[in-house]
Design a protein around this ligand. Sequence first.
Ligand SMILES: [Zn+2]
Length: 105
Amino acid sequence: MSTLFAWPDGVLTRRKVTECALARLCGACGRPLGRPIAFLGDAGEVARNEFHSPPLHTECLDRARTAAEAEAEVVLTAGYDFVRPTADDTDPEPRFRPLAPVGTS
Ligand SMILES: [Zn+2]
């Protein structure tokens, strides 16, 4: 199995996350995203509707789950905003805010 695009050394890499966000690439395979777009997150991320892991193809979810073990919940959406942290932000990491989630599983 090849490594995951946004987890090149098994660790989520901010540069790759940004690349996925701006170029609309899948965090697992690095190919352009279609729809729906899937996000993996923990319960807190789902509750805030803000995700640190990059967008994924639905068919790449299983591979990405392996990399992000604790991030078990899935939200499907047609689009997202990319949120860059500001200087006084309590969360220093960039994150994704799905637009009009179309479902969870
Ligand atoms: Zn993919």
